[in-house]
Design a binder for this molecule. Structure first.
Ligand code: SF4
Length: 380
């Protein structure tokens, strides 16, 4: 029988001591809901930009004592739209700087339409061992509403190509709650995703961000906001379908074989973020780069825009907010120690939203829907 502390640590213990995030700011088109730091038509900058990533990596390595990297996450952006030889040689250079633990997880994000067999096989051969595919939906109608350029069939093909290329760790991203999507379409997306047997599935509620095309459409009344109640029902459908299919729910939005890299974020671990607009957390300092990819390509070591060191209380609050996302739960003793006060009375007042078993506090099904609210009430 495992102890409370061990149960609360289960997924968290898979986080590597140090990871590297690589931001690739290029995309073939801009999705109308996306507020990531990505650009269309900037590909000619790619060789200089990738070279700059290596310069920034050398700067990190020269200034900090860093553990050997246990994960690399090459995301953005659409890394798979770039020449795979360039991506592979950049990865090789980064590994020569940061090292790679024996069980190092190396993820590349991919759009289905860029997943051709030879490119994937080359990346696999170059050491990439996890592919994260942005499928988003298996309804062509919803894909169109989301402004995606690929079809459901392209996602099915991408997963098949990834397997054929030797990837035994494939993740699929899905988005739910697009206005115009029906319950049946979301249900079918989940069932089709499961049928492809990816090792990991992420399900995110569509959010409307200002500065995006959808943000402008909603502000101008051309498009309704996603309906909170509908999104809650869709999320609960995901809980049911994915658990019935045997996917372990380990984080609010994630099921299956945990992303070790993302666990670094959820456990306040250390990572260097390379690239335009990338964020880092090293030696207890959070820092972030300016967003302009051209400026980054010219002077990657002069791009830091800001940094902050959280004080003890801020760090404890952040720990609680992040740890609540991990479905394994929180050891109330540890949480109380970090917060400097007994959290049990506040937790007990959240009956129906959290469940307490001895010292282990977990979110109930209802609590999963309002995790932010739970964190606020516990830390108020
Ligand atoms: S492909 Fe991904 S990163 Fe690129 S614009 Fe669309 S959502 Fe954003």
């Amino acid at each position: 029988m495992s102890t409370v502390a061990e149960r609360a640590q289960h997924a968290a213990s898979l986080a590597p001591a140090f990871g590297v995030y690589v931001h690739v700011p290029f995309c073939p088109s801009k999705c109308p809901y996306c507020d990531f730091n990505t650009y269309v038509g900037l590909e000619p900058l790619a060789p200089a930009y990738l070279h700059a990533l290596v310069c920034e990596a050398e700067m990190w390595k020269s200034r900090h004592e860093l553990a050997e990297a246990g994960s690399y996450f090459i995301g953005g952006g659409t890394p798979t739209m770039l020449d795979e030889h360039l991506v592979a040689s950049t990865l090789k250079d980064l590994v020569s700087i940061f090292g790679a633990a024996e069980d190092c997880e190396v993820t590349v994000e991919a759009n289905p339409e860029t997943c051709d067999a030879s490119r994937l096989a080359f990346l696999r051969e170059a050491g990439v061992n996890r592919l994260s595919i942005g499928g988003q939906s298996f309804s062509n109608n919803v894909l169109q509403l989301l402004g995606r350029r690929h079809s459901a069939e392209a996602t099915r093909r991408a997963v098949r190509e990834a397997r054929a290329a030797g990837f035994d760790n494939v993740s699929l991203d899905l988005i739910f709650g697009m206005p115009g999507e029906t319950d049946a379409e979301w249900n079918r997306s989940l069932i089709e995703a499961v049928a492809l047997e990816p090792d990991h599935i992420s399900c995110y509620a569509l959010t409307i961000e200002s500065g995006t095309a959808f943000g402008a459409d909603v502000a101008a009344g051309r498009m309704p906001s996603p309906d909170d109640d509908v999104q809650a029902v869709r999320y609960e459908t995901a809980l049911d379908v994915l658990s019935a299919a045997g996917y372990r729910h380990y984080e609010i939005s994630n099921w299956g074989l945990p992303s070790r890299h993302n666990l670094i974020y959820w456990t306040q671990g250390s990572y260097a973020g390379l690239g335009a607009g990338a964020h880092s957390h090293v030696d207890g300092v959070r820092s972030w780069n300016r967003k302009n990819p051209r400026a980054y390509a010219e002077s990657p070591t002069a791009m830091r825009e800001g940094e902050e060191r959280l004080d003890d209380r801020e760090r404890a609050v952040e720990w609680l907010q992040l740890r609540l996302r991990l479905v394994d739960g929180i050891d109330l003793n540890e949480a109380s120690k970090r917060m400097g006060r007994d959290l049990r009375p506040a937790a007990e007042a959240l009956g129906g939203i959290v469940s307490i078993d001895g010292d282990l506090m977990t979110l109930t099904r209802r609590g999963l829907l309002i995790e932010n609210e739970v964190a606020i009430r516990l830390t108020a």
